[in-house]
Design a protein around this ligand. Structure first.
Ligand code: GLY
Length: 351
């Protein structure tokens, strides 16, 4: 088993091994001391893994209440979390009781947010079931929901007690969902590891999936340890996300997946960086070629002007500027605040 420990205020382990989901109960019992658990999952994931995980938790003596919501980003709204809170209150949950999030990013973000605010904070464990959630959203304690004005605008930092990653569960993902996660995987190569990027160019990630997840999570672990609440370095993880979130918003969080939108965003900002003489020439083409290898989009059909306008509500806005992540070259990134009135200039002449 591969193990990483995130050394933040309340440190926790990330365990990675094929087949690990079968040991969920035993692993959860090492970190959650209460007797009641809410097993939060969605209508896609619960039918595949729910009964097995529930039985394994019950075998450890937990009383498990399953809460299953409609799969999809449209569920990621405040009313869903309020419903979860009322569900746990109805079942008489106390501060000792906990939540197990079994699903992808939407599930982990919402269940984590419910854990952050129920009785002012209870413990939770993440069992991510998509590549995107395994390499990114299950680690680092960002939890929350979307608002009509933008993605993830309502949330809290609340670290899990444990993250259980079983790469075998990715076998039940469609190619589309696998590619969605590859957007974030490529991001790690872009911002921190040219070796990872080159390996992705040469090899098939499914041939080294356990190692791949480990490398991505290890990069995220280091960044989160240095800057848990995103006052500085953690914003590097948002490479491609400012444009990406704007694109997702323009598509009403449908049609273009998060990973695809981030992929397009990485190409967009790197072309802008090249045009501005900041990013090594050829970088955007290399990223686009790698995205194409995974059948991902490399450009959006909206006008650049519309994408820029949709960036206004982004969380990365600080007063009158937006914080963009730019590359010097593959593997080397930095944060550049750009005044709102200069954003068109950054993208304008080259799109
Ligand atoms: N997904 C970006 C972060 O966790 O900071």
């Amino acid at each position: 088993m591969k193990k990483l420990t995130v050394n933040v205020n309340r440190g926790y382990d990330i365990l990675i091994e094929k087949g690990l989901i079968a040991r969920a109960g035993e692993l959860v019992s090492g970190v959650l001391s209460g007797r009641k658990l809410a097993l939060i999952s969605d209508t896609n994931v619960y039918p595949i893994y729910g009964d097995g995980v529930k039985a394994s938790l019950e075998a450890q003596g937990y009383t498990v209440f399953e809460y299953i919501f409609q799969a999809g980003e449209a569920s990621k709204k405040p009313s869903s979390v309020i419903d979860m809170l009322e569900f746990m209150a109805d079942k008489g949950f106390s501060r000792n009781d906990g939540i197990v999030a079994l699903g992808g990013g939407v599930c982990g973000d919402m269940a984590g947010f419910a854990a952050a605010i129920f009785l002012r904070g209870i413990d939770f464990v993440q069992i991510p079931t998509t590549l995107l959630s395994q390499v990114d959203s299950s680690v680092g304690g960002k939890t929350g929901v979307d608002l009509p004005q933008g993605k993830n605008l309502c949330g809290a930092f609340h670290q899990p007690r444990l993250v259980i990653i079983d790469p075998n569960v990715l076998d039940s993902l469609s190619e589309h969902f696998f590619a969605d996660g590859m957007g974030e995987v490529i991001k790690y190569g872009c911002i921190k590891s040219s070796e990872l990027f080159e390996r992705l160019e040469k090899e098939n990630p499914k041939d080294f999936i356990e190692d791949l997840i480990f490398q991505c999570v290890d990069i995220k672990r280091q960044v989160v340890e240095n800057d848990e609440k995103e006052h500085g370095e953690r914003a590097l993880l948002n490479f491609g996300h400012t444009c990406g979130h704007a694109i997702e918003k323009l598509w009403n969080f449908q049609t273009v997946s998060h990973g695809e939108a981030v992929g397009i965003g990485m190409v967009m900002i790197s072309r802008a960086g090249e045009q501005a003489g900041i990013t090594q020439p050829g970088t955007a083409d290399r990223i686009a070629a790698l995205l194409k290898k995974y059948n991902m989009k490399t450009a959006d059909t909206h006008k650049t002007e519309d994408i820029i306008n949709a960036m206004g509500a982004d969380k990365k806005r600080t007063g009158t500027a937006l914080k963009f992540v730019l590359l010097n070259s593959i593997g080397s990134s930095f944060i550049k605040p750009v005044a709102m009135e200069d954003i068109s200039k950054l993208f304008g002449e080259n799109q």
